[in-house]
Design a protein around this ligand. Structure first.
Ligand SMILES: Cc1ncc(C[n+]2csc(CCOP(=O)(O)OP(=O)(O)O)c2C)c(N)n1
Ligand SMILES: [Mg+2]
Length: 562
C-alpha cells in the first residue's frame, strides 16, 4: 500500500483502509473532484469499484447489496448535485430498513459556510432521511466515524448513514491506527417475553404470522419455517418480502401487499393472534392502515422488531418483543405447540388458497400475457435466481405469480421507488456473479435508471431486464381512470425501441409481441452472455392481473361521485 515512510496516510487512504477492515468488497460510485484523494486510494486496494452513470443508480445498486447481505452497501458520490442525485437510494434504504453508507464529497474546511461551489449542509439536507448524517472534520477521526457509521447503519432498525468528506480532510496526512471491524449488535428477546408468547399461542384459536422487514438471514428463515411446521401456523409475508419463506412451504399463506388475495385479507382480519415479525406493517401491507385498528388492534398483536422506537409507534401491541428477526427466530425452538393444535386444517386451507390464487395466469388483453411469462420463469429459473423490480403495475404480476423459494431472491423497493430494478440488478449481479439475475422494469420505470445498462455493459455484468412496455405510466393511468374517468393526462408514453437501446449500448436486445415467443427470446438473452433487454409489448388495457383499464373506467363512470 502507498504509505509515506513516516507512517502517515492521507485521509483518503485511511478511509479506504477502514472499509477494508470492515470487510467491504464492493463500492459503487460516480466520481467527483471533491473526493479525488479517496478515489486515488482505491487505485491500489482490493475493493471492486463499479463506476455508474448517475448517483441515483449507484446508490440503489449499493442499497441492493445491503438488502441482500444485511451488511452496509457502500457508495461514493460527489458534493451538491451528486448528493441530491443520490437521494432516492437513501430514501429507499430508509423506508426499506436497509444498511447503507453514502460517502459524499464536501468543500474544503476553510471554505465552508460561504456556499462554496456545490456546498451543501448534509446534516440539514439528509437530517430527516438518513439515520445519521455527519461530516468528518479531522482525518485522525476517520476510523472512529467510519466504525460508528457501520454500527449505526446496522443496529436496531437498519438504515442509511451519510458521511460528508471535506476535500482537504481527505488530502491531509496523519498517523492514526485503523479501528477494529464492527460486530453486528444482536437484540435478543428475553425469557419473560418468550413465556408470554408461549401463553398467547396456547390460548389462540386462529393465529397467523406476518413476516417482513430486514435483519433476516437464511438461518432465521429456516427457523421460522421449522416453527411454522411444529405449530402448523400459517405464515404470510408483507409487501416485497416474499422471500422470507418458501412460497411452496405447506404453511405459506400469501403476500400481504398490493393486490392481496381477498381470502388472505379476510383470514388476517378474522385471526385472533397476529405475530408480526420484523416489519412495521406500513401503508401498503396494512392496506392503507385499514387492516388493523390504530392504535389498538382488536386482535392480539405481538410485534417483534429490532428498533425499540418502532414498537408502539403506530400499533399498540399486546406484547412487544424488542428483538431482531434473526435472534427471535432462533428463540422459537424452545416454544411448545399446544396439543392438539386447533388450527391445522385452517392452515392447510390458507396454503390451498395461496396456490389457487397463484396457480394459473389470468387471461389478459393483447398478444403478451405477462402472467404466463412469470409462470414460465418460475418453472424455468433456478431456485436461487434473484428477481428485482422497480415500481409500477407490471410488478403486480411478479408478486402474484412468481413463487419465491429462497431467502433474498426478491429484491424490490418497499418504498415504491421507480427506477430501482436495473441498478439493483446491476449491484446484485456484480456482487454475486454466479447468480441468475432477472429485472422486471416498466417502460416508465426503466428509463428512470436505464442509463445503468451502460454500466452493466462496461463492467460485463450480464443480467436480463424485461421491459414491460404498455406505452403508459400505467399505475397512474389506473388511478386516473378510477378518480377522473376518461380524463387522461400526462400518462401516455411514446417509447423508444428498447431492444435497439440494448444493442446500441453494446448489450443484447430482443422484442417479444407474442407470449409464445418469450421462452426462445429469454434463452437467447441468456445465451448471449451479455447484459440483455427483452422488450415485452404489452397491451395498455391490461392494467392489473385482475382488472382491465376499460373495466376500471366503466365501473368508475357507473359509480356516482359523492
Ligand atoms: C420515482 C417515482 N416517481 C414517480 C412515482 C409515481 N408512480 C408510481 S407507478 C408510476 C408509473 C409506472 O409506470 P411504468 O413503469 O410504465 O409501469 P406500469 O404501471 O405502466 O406497469 C408512477 C409514475 C414513483 N412511484 N416513483
Ligand atoms: Mg408502463
Amino acid at each position: 500500500m502507498l504509505r509515506a515512510n513516516d507512517g502517515t496516510r492521507t485521509g483518503g487512504e485511511i478511509l479506504v483502509d477502514q472499509l477494508l477492515v470492515q470487510g467491504v468488497q464492493h463500492v459503487f460510485c460516480v466520481p467527483g473532484e471533491s473526493y479525488l484523494a479517496a478515489l486515488d486510494a482505491f487505485h491500489d486496494r482490493p475493493i471492486t469499484l463499479t463506476v455508474c452513470r448517475q448517483e441515483g443508480g449507484a446508490t440503489m445498486a449499493a442499497e441492493a447489496v445491503g438488502k441482500m447481505t444485511g451488511r452496509p452497501g457502500v457508495v461514493f458520490v460527489t458534493r451538491g448535485p451528486g448528493a441530491t442525485n443520490a437521494s432516492p437510494g437513501i430514501h429507499i434504504a430508509r423506508q426499506d430498513s436497509t444498511p447503507l453508507i453514502v460517502f459524499v464529497g464536501q468543500v474544503a474546511r476553510r471554505m465552508r459556510e460561504r456556499e462554496a461551489f456545490q456546498e451543501l449542509d448534509y446534516r440539514a439536507v439528509f437530517g430527516t432521511m438518513a439515520k445519521w448524517a455527519t461530516e468528518i472534520d479531522d482525518p485522525a477521526r476517520i476510523p472512529e466515524i467510519v466504525s460508528r457509521a457501520f454500527y449505526t447503519a446496522c443496529n436496531g432498525r437498519p438504515g442509511p448513514v451519510v458521511v460528508a468528506l471535506p476535500e482537504d480532510v481527505l488530502a491531509e496526512r496523519v498517523a492514526v491506527p485503523d479501528a477494529p471491524p464492527y460486530e453486528p449488535v444482536e437484540t435478543w428477546p428475553g425469557a419473560p417475553e418468550m413465556d408470554k408468547l408461549q401463553a398467547l399461542l396456547s390460548a389462540a384459536k386462529a393465529p397467523i404470522v406476518l413476516a417482513g422487514g430486514s435483519r433476516w438471514s437464511e438461518a432465521a428463515c429456516a427457523s421460522l419455517a421449522r416453527f411454522a411446521e411444529r405449530f402448523a401456523i400459517p405464515v404470510a409475508t408483507t409487501f416485497r418480502r416474499t422471500h422470507l419463506i418458501d412460497t411452496l412451504h405447506p404453511n405459506y399463506a400469501g403476500d400481504v401487499g398490493l393486490g392481496i388475495n381477498p381470502k388472505l385479507l379476510a383470514r388476517i382480519k378474522a385471526s385472533d393472534l397476529i405475530v408480526l415479525v420484523g416489519g412495521r406493517l406500513s401503508e401498503i401491507p396494512s392496506q392503507s392502515y385499514s387492516l388493523l385498528d390504530i392504535p389498538g388492534p382488536h386482535q392480539t398483536l405481538v410485534h417483534v422488531h429490532p428498533g425499540a422506537e418502532e414498537l408502539g409507534r403506530v400499533y399498540r401491541p399486546h406484547l412487544a418483543i424488542h428483538a431482531a428477526p434473526t435472534a427471535f427466530a432462533a428463540s422459537l425452538d424452545r416454544l411448545q405447540p399446544p396439543d392438539p393444535i386447533r388450527w391445522s386444517s385452517e392452515t392447510k386451507t390458507a396454503h390451498d388458497d395461496y396456490l389457487a390464487w397463484t396457480e394459473t395466469a389470468t387471461p389478459q388483453p393483447g398478444g403478451v400475457n405477462l402472467g404466463e411469462i412469470v409462470v414460465w420463469l418460475r418453472q424455468n429459473l433456478p431456485e436461487d435466481a434473484v428477481i428485482t423490480t422497480g415500481a409500477g403495475n407490471f410488478s403486480a404480476w411478479v408478486h402474484r405469480f412468481y413463487r419465491f423459494r429462497r431467502f433474498a431472491t426478491h429484491i424490490g423497493p418497499t418504498s415504491g421507488s421507480m427506477g430501482y430494478g436495473v441498478p439493483s440488478a446491476l449491484g446484485i449481479k456484480r456482487a454475486f456473479p454466479e447468480r441468475t439475475v432477472v429485472c422486471f422494469a416498466g417502460d416508465g420505470d426503466f428509463l428512470m435508471n436505464g442509463q445503468e445498462f451502460a454500466t452493466a455493459v462496461q463492467h460485463d455484468v450480464p443480467f436480463i431486464t424485461l421491459v414491460v412496455d404498455n406505452g403508459t405510466y400505467g399505475t397512474i393511468r389506473m388511478h386516473q381512470e378510477r378518480e377522473y374517468p376518461t380524463r387522461v393526462v400526462a400518462t401516455d408514453l411514446r417509447n423508444p425501441d428498447f431492444a435497439a437501446y440494448a444493442k446500441v449500448f453494446g448489450g443484447f436486445g430482443v422484442t417479444v409481441d407474442k407470449t409464445a415467443d418469450f421462452p426462445a427470446a429469454f434463452r437467447a438473452a441468456q445465451k448471449s452472455g451479455k447484459p440483455a433487454i427483452v422488450h415485452l409489448k404489452v397491451d395498455p388495457n391490461a392494467s392489473t392481473p385482475g382488472l382491465t383499464l376499460e373495466g376500471i373506467r366503466a365501473k368508475s363512470l357507473a359509480t356516482p361521485k359523492a
